[in-house]
Design a protein. Structure first.
Length: 163
């Protein structure tokens, strides 16, 4: 648990440099030098080593974990309160069924056929014909019919499910 927590904190700190980034900085993981990486390891160790004796013991690690958990709990509560305030449209401190349903409806994805059409519409006319619809399924059948007898045996079907 301790190794996992320290590694998680280290990786989180590696992804979040100490200096603010410019608005155009790329998102996600970035290259990091060994020097910077080890500096962050040392910094994380220093944060856990409360008495600064150069060692971490059970009580320091547990205290650090408790502090980190409390911070995560506070962040989650803040996010929930913000979400509640956004759903509570009449600002009366309670959620009606209508307010709750409106919030859930806003999160429901809208139908989008574009990816399916882009994948199946081989002649790019904006429509999917029966032949275009059948082609991927036929190719899949042919791949699964390993003995090429035109029948998917129980064994071939089981092999396909395991993949």
């Amino acid at each position: 648990m301790t190794k996992h927590l320290l590694l998680s904190l280290l990786l989180a700190s590696a992804a979040s440099p100490a200096l603010p980034q410019a608005a155009t900085a790329p998102k996600g993981p970035q290259p990091i030098s060994r020097t910077v990486y080890m500096s962050r390891v040392d910094s994380t160790f220093g944060a856990v080593d409360a008495n600064k004796d150069g060692f971490t013991d059970k009580s320091e690690i547990e205290a650090f974990e408790a502090k980190a958990l409390a911070a995560r709990k506070a962040q989650m509560l803040k996010q929930r309160e913000t979400a509640f305030r956004q759903m509570d449209k009449d600002k009366n401190g309670t959620l009606s069924l209508a307010e709750f349903n409106a919030a859930m409806a806003a999160q429901t994805p809208k139908p989008n056929a574009a990816p399916q059409i882009a994948r199946l519409d081989t002649n790019k006319d904006g429509r999917v014909s029966m032949a275009e619809s059948r082609a991927p399924a036929g190719a899949q059948f042919d791949r699964l019919d390993t003995n090429k007898d035109g029948i998917l045996s129980v064994e071939e079907q089981a092999k396909a499910r395991r993949r």
